[in-house]
Structures are given as structure tokens and as C-alpha cells.
Write a protein that binds this ligand. Sequence first.
Ligand code: PCA
Length: 322
Amino acid sequence: MKMNFAALVAAGIVAATAAQAESWDMPVAYPADNYHTENAVTFAEEVAECTGGELEITVHPSGSLFKGDEIKRAVQTGDAQIGERLLSAHANEDPLFGYDSVPFLASSFEASEKLRAAAQPVLAEMMAGQGLTLLYSVPWPAQGMYFNKEVNSVADMSGIKFRAYNSSTARVAELAGMVPTQVEAAELKQALATGVVAAMISSGSTGVDEKAWEDMSHFYDVKAWLPRNTVFANTDALEALPAEQRDCVTTAAEAAQTRGSETAAELSGGFLETLAENGMNVAEPGEQLAADLAGIGEEMTAEWLEATGDQGKAIIDAFRAE
Ligand code: PCA
């Protein structure tokens, strides 16, 4: 029996829309209930709605598809079409990726947004050169320091095993006489529980995700910087989409950036309250600690400017001019 296309669809032999729908994988490094991941899921839903279901993006949380440190490469090679990554963790490729982790340069949500805007042209161009299209980025709350004892100065940190997530966090550790180890968030709880690391710099958000109070006792709200998670697509995959679908991705990305940034700011105070409610000592750094860290910050700012030259200076100048 000969059947036409409509008859095949009606008979369930061919699925008319499913056959046309494009499926993208979106690996992310952070847990499903973290606001970055929830924001990415909403982004994917908006893209699905806008494209009438023709572009389906599946978010894979907690480094389950690709580990945090593999995500950028996976998107570059096309093994994933889109992904979210802490770009500052790639500052070893190019120090400009670390623009958001220069100590005390931008330590409020407002300043973080200005710095993002100032860095956007340089960042987009660098990523384009790697076959990636920058879509949106969302800040983490300001970074504080977690320890399992009271710390009043950098001298008190000597020899502590410190979890790093990028080269800035490793450099803070080195300059403070600590011993840095790079650990992805997905492995952080185990590293803390087994004593591989005993301290870290991160936000209240990650502290709550990891139940930091089970492993550490003190949080110092030093507000070192607000690193960002950045979402980018494989440029070839993006360009292979029909123009209307590409527009859907761009529009949803813009909305995700605004929504995610607002959510981060709304939640940040509550994270610190949760740390305190669970018994952590949450405090401002004392005078000596703040002064010591300011000194480390100055040194690291000079190092970053030295490493990035005119481009780094242009970002800081544009940030200050905003
Ligand atoms: N959480 C992420 C990066 C910065 C933050 O606040 C982490 O610790 O991996």
C-alpha cells in the first residue's frame, strides 16, 4: 500500500514536527536548584516557546554531561551546541577571561553590570575567534572567604589547603601563604569532607549549595569580586539555524541576562542568612584582614594589567567611565 506523507503521520509512522525539531545539549557545571541553572532552564523554555518547539535545549546540570572544566572545549568542538561556564577559569588561555575576578575592582551587582558592559566587546571578539558566540552572563554574589577557624589576618591563613576555581582564587591563596587546589563545584563537597581542602573563596550561593556549615565555621564577607557564569553557543551550530530561530535565541539570552542578574541580587542576602541560621559565624572582615586583602588586591590588579596590556586597561577605563 502506498501512503502519502500526511497518511504516514496519521498512522504514527512519521512524526511531522519531531523530525524537524533541532535538539541542543547545554552542559552546565552547577546544581539543578542553583539559580544559574534554573535561569538556564527558563531560557531553554523561552527558546522552545519562541521557536514553536523547533529548537529544544536540554540543560544538563552538575557537570553531568561535561565536567565544568570540559564545557568550553565541548562547545568549541561542537560536542555540545551551547554551554555555561565560569569563563574566568580559562584565564590561563588568555588573562582577559579573568576580567571579572580582579580583586576589589567591581564588588557590587551594579559595578559588576558596568564591568560586564565594558568587557563585552573584547570578550565577544575573543570568543568569536574561538568559534563561540557570547550569549549572556549572570553574576554570582560577591565572593567571601570560608574557613574552619577564626581568621583575623593573612598571617592566620598560613599553610591552609584552599579550594581554587580559577587562577585569581589560586593567586589569592599563594599570596596569602596558602596551598591552592583547583576543585570544580561538583567535586567540592567531597574535597571538603575528605580534607583535600579546608577553606575557600566563593559566594553565599555556593556555600548554601554545599552546606558549607558542615565543613567550615567562619564566613568573612570580603566582597572580593563577583565572577560571572557565561553562556555561549557554537557559532556554526547557531548559524545553521533559520534566522527566526537565531533571533529567538538572542532575545531569550537578553532576557536571561536581566532576569538572572536580578535574581542574584534578590537572593544574595538570604544566602548569608542561611549560613548564619545553620550556625556559621558570618562577619565583615576585621581591620587587619581587610588591609591585608587590599594589599593582595593591589598586587593582583597590577599583575592583571601587566598581563593584559592595552586591552585590560581599555576595559578598566571603559568601566570607570560608565
Ligand atoms: N560559586 C562558584 C563560582 C563563584 C561562586 O560564587 C564556585 O564556587 O564554583
